[in-house]
Design a protein around this ligand. Structure first.
Ligand code: SF4
Ligand code: SF4
Length: 113
């Protein structure tokens, strides 16, 4: 079954732990400096009228992501980035199941990996 990662970016704190988890997991792959399988893009914090502010952070999966192939083949249940996200905004699973959750809430994106 095709798999993916669902991101609830409403609650992504922009902590970059997922990037570090990926870089450590795939350290043997000798990535270009500053790059790995996931990159968090920060829109920044700014007022959007009245007393409201916005702060959008978006993890983007890159061509360097190999879906933690060795890690999962070794029996781990979750990719490293998903396991180490302290905010629990990354969910790994089958695309069909994740697409149902995608429809249930705004400010989410689903990556087919
Ligand atoms: S799934 Fe694995 S390889 Fe892909 S970004 Fe996450 S930690 Fe990196
Ligand atoms: S996805 Fe999780 S680990 Fe990555 S920046 Fe957002 S909160 Fe941090």
């Amino acid at each position: 079954m095709p798999q993916g990662i669902l991101v609830d970016y409403e609650w992504c704190s922009g902590c970059h732990t997922c990037e570090m988890a990926c870089a450590v997991e795939l350290t043997h792959k000798d990535f270009p400096e500053g790059h790995c399988g996931v990159k968090v893009h920060e829109e920044g914090v700014y007022p959007i009228g009245g007393d409201k502010w916005t702060d959008i952070n978006m993890p983007v999966f890159t061509d360097l992501c190999d879906k933690c192939a060795d890690r999962l083949a070794a029996g781990e249940a979750l990719p490293s980035c998903v396991k180490h996200c302290q905010a629990h905004v990354l969910e790994f699973g089958e695309l069909e199941e994740l697409s149902k959750k995608l429809a249930a809430k705004p400010k989410q994106v689903l990556y087919a990996l």
